[in-house]
Design a protein around this ligand. Structure first.
Ligand code: BG6
Length: 483
């Protein structure tokens, strides 16, 4: 692998994301030689840490995520880390930061290449972008910026943030990260769709009855009540992760695998995304909040959550496109906290066909993303010793050894940033379209809230979410495949 010279500045260097994901994943890339001699990382945050203390934190982060490590490698890697105490609202601090970045650029021969990573509370993204621009922090080589989610709170704020970032960075240098796009099975959607005649040829409204996407979580909002109460499931999970999955499932075949072609195919599809009317939101969407149990809080009693909150911890809904291979096919989705189990899966439900055996089982394609990674097709055959049709799964799965080789999504995506591959990042025009959809739903809900009659289903924790979500289907023969 080519050694890429770069100075990386992480805003949020003392935070959870940096500790759990960025430091361990950077270490893996270091071990593979992608970043090696000519790189340095500046971690910034308000706390008054020293370089040495940050290096200890980096070393701890690696030990916490790796069973076996070469201590000399860890030490050598950590020596590339520098800490700068930084208040993102203080202009002076950017001057100091710039000076340190320049010194390190000289020391490490980083060729003026800079990578900025926004890994802190999203309310500061705009301020950081503005000061990167007015204090001229960008270097003389490449300049890239990675922006964590949420990118805005609605379309207007996303547009504002985008304006602030594009003052210093070209669209091609902005990496809006969505960790779902780094997941093994999400990256398997395109090859599955486009390399198998068996699947590619049935990918249309003629054969597909509906598609169902479930992002279920066992955990509640935990310590994130403050953030979550201003967000809710629709913004937190649908606006990004679910819409990315929908786009990969519904987009036309790209002309090749270049980032431009993939984004072109996505954008072509998204033009035809149907934005729901308030009546459609009422009919096709369900929002819910989890109740408490003997040992857990109800959502409204969680720390930092408004006791009268109307924020949803669950949402189910429907979407459709007017063009693309599955134009007109309903795509149902749902996501929620405090489900019975963690489960991310996609079910492609095929239409029944007339057959001389009478009733057969449905023939579906399922992609399991988490916690297991596999694709299976439920298939009909004959029963051995009695008349009738038996159902079995044809499974595409990985061995334990193969699974152990699957890199963390963050490692993959960081790698892509270093090698300048934007394929698995969100382009502005895609994000914009997602927000248009989300805003339409949020506005309709907001009106219901203001009218004093919000329909927010209260659901029991650790089950399957509100039963109201069973009624969003277009036909009475449709139902959730994963129950
Ligand atoms: C994040 C959300 O983007 O995704 C969290 O903010 C959620 O609320 C998480 O828990 C789920 O990610 P994963 O990879 O565990 O499915």
């Amino acid at each position: 692998m080519k050694n890429i010279p770069v100075i990386m500045i992480i805003f949020g260097g003392s935070g959870d994301l940096a500790h759990r994901k960025l430091y361990p994943c950077l270490f893996n890339l270091y071990e593979q030689g992608l970043i090696h001699d000519n790189f340095a990382v500046i971690g910034t945050a308000r706390r008054p840490w020293s370089h040495e203390y940050l290096r200890e934190q980096v070393s701890d982060a690696i030990h916490e995520t790796h069973d076996q490590v070469d201590e000399n490698e860890v030490k050598a890697f950590a020596s590339h880390f520098y800490y700068q105490s930084h208040d993102v609202t203080n202009v002076e601090h950017y001057v100091t930061l710039k000076k340190l970045a320049q010194e390190l650029d000289d020391r490490y021969s980083a060729q003026g290449n800079c990578l900025f990573y926004m890994a802190m509370a999203p309310r500061f993204f705009g301020t950081i972008a503005t000061h990167i621009n007015d204090q001229h922090l960008t270097g003389s080589g490449f300049n890239r910026i990675v922006v964590e989610k949420p990118f805005g709170h609605d379309l207007v704020s996303a547009e504002q943030l985008n304006k602030e970032i594009t003052a210093s960075f070209d669209e091609n240098d902005i990496f809006r990260i969505d960790h779902y796009l780094g997941k093994e099975m999400i990256q398997n959607i395109m090859p599955m769709r486009f390399t198998n005649p068996l699947i590619k040829n049935i990918w249309s409204g003629e054969y597909i009855n509906n598609i169902q996407i479930t992002l279920a979580e066992r955990l509640g909002v935990e310590a994130r009540g403050g953030y979550y109460d201003t967000s809710g499931a629709l913004r937190d999970m649908v606006q990004n992760h679910i819409f990315q999955i929908i786009t990969l499932l519904a987009m036309p075949e790209p002309k090749d695998l270049s980032s431009d072609s993939v984004h072109q195919a996505k954008q072509e599809l998204l033009k035809s995304l149907i934005i729901p009317t308030p009546e459609e939101v009422k009919k096709n969407f369900v929002r819910g909040q989890y109740l408490g149990s003997d040992t857990t809080f109800a959502y409204k009693k969680e720390p930092n959550v408004d006791p009268d909150s109307t924020t949803e911890t669950y949402v189910a809904g429907k979407t459709k496109f007017t063009s693309g291979p599955i134009a007109g096919v309903p795509i149902y989705f749902r996501t929620g906290k405090e489900f019975k189990e963690k489960k991310t899966r996609i079910d492609i439900v095929l239409k029944h066909i007339n057959n001389p055996y009478g009733q057969a089982h449905s023939n579906n394609i399922t992609i399991e993303v988490d916690p297991e990674s596999k694709i299976y097709i439920t298939i009909n055959g004959k029963k051995i010793d009695e008349p009738g049709i038996r159902r079995e799964d044809l499974t595409y799965a990985f061995s334990k050894e193969e699974m152990a080789k699957v890199p963390d999504g963050y490692e993959r995506l960081l790698h892509d940033v270093f090698v300048n591959d934007s394929t698995n990042f969100t382009h502005w025009s895609e994000l914009k379209r997602y927000w248009e959809f989300i805003d339409a739903v949020e506005d309709a809900w907001q009106k219901e809230n203001e009218a004093g009659n919000p329909e927010i289903a209260q659901y029991l924790p650790y089950r399957m979410g509100p039963k109201e979500a069973d009624n969003i289907f277009e036909s009475p023969t449709e139902h959730w495949i994963y129950e």
